[in-house]
Design a protein around this ligand. Sequence first.
Ligand code: NAG
Ligand code: NAG
Ligand code: NAG
Ligand code: NAG
Length: 587
Amino acid sequence: MASSGAAANLWVLLGLGIAGVLLAARRLRRSARPDHGAFIARLELLPPPQPPPPQAPHPLTGLCFAIADALHVSGYVTSFGSLEWAKTHDAETQTSPVVSALVDGGAICVGKTVIDEMAYSIHGENKHFDTPTNPAAPERVPGGCSSGSAVAVAGGMVDFALGIDSIGGVRIPGAYCGVLAFRPSHAVSSGGVIPVAPSLDTIGWFARDPNVLRRVGHLLLRLPYADIRPPRHFYIADDCFELSKIPARRLTQVVTKSVEKLFGRQVTRVNLENYLASKISSLRNYSNGHKNGDSKFPSLLALCNAMRSLHKREFKDQHMEWINSVKPAVDARIVSNLSEDGDSDIDACQDARNKARLALGALLKDDGILVIPTALGCPPKLNAKELSSESYNSQTLCLSSLASMSGCCQVSIPLGTHDKCPISVSFIARHGGDRFLLDTVQTMYATIQEQVEILAKSNVSSKQAMNEEAAETAKEKGNAAFKEKQWQKAVNLYTEAIKLNGKVATYYSNRAAAFLELTNYRQAEADCTNAIDLEPKSVKAYLRRGTAREMMGYYKEAVEDFNHALVLEPMNKTAGVAVNRLKKLFA
Ligand SMILES: *[C@@H]1O[C@H](CO)[C@@H](O)[C@H](O)[C@H]1NC(C)=O
Ligand SMILES: *[C@@H]1O[C@H](CO)[C@@H](O)[C@H](O)[C@H]1NC(C)=O
Ligand SMILES: *[C@@H]1O[C@H](CO)[C@@H](O)[C@H](O)[C@H]1NC(C)=O
Ligand SMILES: *[C@@H]1O[C@H](CO)[C@@H](O)[C@H](O)[C@H]1NC(C)=O
């Protein structure tokens, strides 16, 4: 009986164990989702057969891609980042022309990716489908709205991916996930995609390889063949880099050095706020219910507020009716944001947009590049308070409003990591300068990454320089303690100096002097030997080692040390006296 009871207990235990394993496995699966939770649906759209030679093969042969789930694929319901939307809409009957063009161009479409609910936000969090995990910084947001597409590229699951960019929806997740992200100057194609704010909407794309980024652009923008034109002017918007939480030099130096190396040119530093203010005086007056107040960037902020007003107004025109019909099913924050809208002067917004295009066109012309930070710095942590702060949202959107409002094209270029999170910089070219911008990125990318490496290494050496400085400080403190006859304290400080920089003879030799005072002759001798190895002409080290050896009774070795000191410094009385004393002892 007892044994069968024990057996039953064993089974219970085993059962619990298995349940535990299953639970652990489920948890593991959640935290290490194989596709980082980027995909909503897997599918396969295969390209047509290759044309027979001698015709060239399809230009995108061998590449696979994913699309943000605001683009339609025939036979699939488009979710628009919302389960409620998916529930209330039928399967599409037509594939988006952009997707068809890519597939006809030889690329394989492998799936649809998560976007923010109704493509409304720039954060990349989604309650309906779960937030995709940022492969470059798993505890931080991936950025939105095209979060899943950025994650799919960053995680190496596809070669490129399409996203929606109205107010930053491709550029921001590109920056946060550490991949190339391109917003074109044109809408690329209307139709086949759910509109967000039609006058601001573009279809952008992500890639890891600048050549892929460019090939996709050439196909989608139907660019005819032309020679690559080198850029003539790089304008670094110094004031915009002040918004960034990353040290400006970490971002701009890479660009400055790359431009010097590739084109033998200096960059031009500009104050964009002053430039905009001088070109668009009416901007300063425009506030549209948002506070321009005490901002250091009244013009930029006005441009940004105009973008937000247009975005809100057009989004409402498109979707308010549906939202009202399903209301509790839509994120309350979206609903409350939409209801915040005051009476915005849409004509003034349009005016700001036209003037911004003229102003940036006049600055950049056909061969200029404007350099700004893509985002404020590291992506915020998941669920961080920062995400709902007006200053974070407003400053981030200020940076993306430049291209969104002017119709310029923009590319975000990853620049490695800072504090273990991806950082980036953006290049902007005039409206219609897409080919020029894509070619420039292709030309510069390798050099830029080379400079990122060099900077990372020079930071290692700057760390070394910092240690050397700290070691000198410790030595000075040690000398002061020695003067005050605090021998043990001096030993500790010299030890600290040696730990920071083990290549300086003086630190050993000084510690030896303190050890002599503490009558720790063996340590004193060892330190002097180290000092002599590092600096063979150190008279002090020979004298101190001689003293230590004399005290330990190694007279012969002591005489050798004092004699050595005399060879180096024949007039040194301390050495002479010691040699004479020891000689008398053995005479
Ligand atoms: C902007 O406001 C100032 C006064 O605050 C006014 O003098 C100026 O005419 C306004 N400019 C435009 C373009 O509305
Ligand atoms: C709503 O607006 C506030 C600031 O006005 C912003 O912080 C928040 O992120 C917005 N919410 C969404 C979902 O965009
Ligand atoms: C170098 O690294 C330190 C941290 O170790 C950082 O504070 C500093 O900004 C970095 N410098 C540059 C130029 O990136
Ligand atoms: C002997 O040399 C040491 C080390 O250079 C020096 O500190 C000391 O003052 C010298 N002594 C004399 C008497 O010259």
